[in-house]
Design a protein around this ligand. Structure first.
Ligand code: NAD
Length: 418
């Protein structure tokens, strides 16, 4: 992996750029630049044919300064420790930015979940949960879904943890199905949140949402819900893609029907009402908003010149490399950074955790209204700081978040103190 494409080096470089705008003691600059702790586990899982396969999993806690660690668990064949470190650090900044009382964490297993049967996925999840037993808990570390994991995965995790405790502990994980203590609105929260901040950005930039051309890379939880939400606002979703390829229709896709198609067929590429295109071409389509919602390193120095979007709304974590960002910024592309743009998921996860701790549940309208209020406030904070300091939105968002974590760290002090 080239330096440019190592997510951990990218996360640290973003940190270095933002921390320069703050006046922090050197020990804090160093402390927040590193993960608090890292867990690596190799564990066996029984396959359907009787074989036993060994898997590698990670859980990284970047910061515990502002509260328990929060962050998803990813199942993907390319998961690495460096990727998990980067995602954990971004979670710290994301939680601080939307001002919820969590530190940042992340986990992952090196596995292609499409190659495992439901039974094997359940075995894998239950064993990994048991391995994580020392770390996770409603007061210490609360996982959630990420790429390759679903509400069902979270239900298995919740059940395994609860079996070890002898009673149901719904607040150990978020992103669960509603019937086991999940929150209304959580499933669509990240995608709807992308719409809330994108709509705000478009208003600031004078781009009408109605009729705006939107392109979405990745049609999983984030991408499909962001596409649906933008479609419901009157935008024209002209292209979408998944791991199998892309689909383009300049007249606009019927997103609700496409979602139903993907539920049945598993891919956007077999939808008959559009032209098949590659993921590479999709990123270069002329549009008002490009929403990368798949994985890291999609917009790089190699393709940034060809990107013709006015706004990039980062639904995925880390989709734009540093070099690409320089190129895009010079050309006036407005980037809504991941830690702001996709923070809707962790915000409603926080609501889910609060509801789970209290065993008292809220209505969906209340949840979405609170979500919008929090995301719009965070957007405005970043916009203001970016204007004041003459910096881009990512630097503003990261600096704001680091400042909040640093303040908490200073107030807590260093333990033990001589
Ligand atoms: P998901 O597994 O539900 O969906 C991922 C989608 O990306 C699928 O449609 C898949 O086919 C597609 N994809 C995979 N590889 C691709 C490739 N090379 N090119 C094009 N498409 C590809 O995952 P998700 O939960 O929607 O997460 C997507 C991104 O959003 C990740 O970066 C994740 O960290 C981030 N994120 C997710 C949440 C959440 O609540 N789920 C919250 C914040 C951030």
């Amino acid at each position: 992996m080239s330096l440019e494409h190592n997510p951990w080096q990218m996360a640290q470089a973003q940190y270095d750029r933002a921390v320069r705008h703050l006046d922090l003691p050197p020990y804090l600059v160093d402390y927040l630049r590193h993960p608090r702790r890292e867990f690596i586990v190799n564990f066996p899982v029984q396959m359907d044919d009787g074989r036993v396969r060994l898997f590698t999993g990670y859980r990284v806690h970047h910061s515990t300064v502002r509260g328990p660690t929060k962050g998803g668990i990813r199942y993907h064949q390319n998961v690495t420790l460096d990727e998990v470190r980067a995602l954990a650090m971004w979670m710290t900044w994301k939680c601080a930015l939307v001002n919820i009382p969590y530190g940042g964490g992340k986990g992952g297993i090196v596995v292609d979940p499409r190659e495992l049967s439901p039974n094997e996925l359940e075995n894998l999840t239950r064993r990994f949960t048991s391995e994580l037993g020392l770390l996770i808990g409603p007061d210490s570390d609360i996982p959630a879904p990420d790429m390759g994991t679903t509400p069902q995965t979270m239900a298995w995790l919740m059940d395994t943890y609860s079996m070890h405790r002898g009673h149901a502990v719904p607040a150990v994980v978020t992103g669960k199905p509603v019937s086991v203590g999940g929150s209304l609105g959580r499933n669509q929260a990240t995608g709807v949140g992308v719409m809330f901040v994108t709509r705000r950005a478009m208003r600031k930039l004078g781009i009408p949402v109605r009729g705006a051309r939107v392109v979405v890379q990745g049609f999983g939880n984030v991408g499909s819900n962001a596409a649906l939400a933008m479609h419901e606002q009157g935008a024209k979703v002209i292209a979408v893609s998944d791991v199998h390829g892309g689909l383009f229709n300049p007249e606009g896709l019927d997103v609700p029907a496409l979602v139903r198609h993907v539920e049945a067929e598993g891919t956007v590429t077999t939808w008959p009402h559009g032209e098949r295109i590659s993921n590479e071409t999709l990123l270069t389509l002329e549009c008002d908003v490009l929403i990368p919602a798949a994985l890291e390193n999609q917009i790089t120095a190699d393709n940034a010149e060809a990107v013709r979007a006015r706004v990039i709304a980062e639904g995925a974590n880390g989709p734009t490399t540093l070099e690409a960002e320089e190129i895009l910024r010079a050309r006036g592309t407005f980037i809504i950074p991941d830690i702001l743009c996709n923070a809707g998921g962790v915000t409603v996860s926080y609501f889910e955790w609060v509801q789970g701790l209290q065993f008292y549940f809220w209505g969906e309208a209340e949840i979405l209204a609170r979500l919008e209020q929090i995301l719009v406030a965070a957007f405005e904070d970043c916009w203001r700081l970016a204007e004041e300091r003459g910096v881009d939105m990512r630097t503003a968002a990261t600096a704001l978040a680091i400042q909040r974590v640093a303040e908490a760290a200073e107030l807590r002090g260093v333990c033990p103190q001589l």
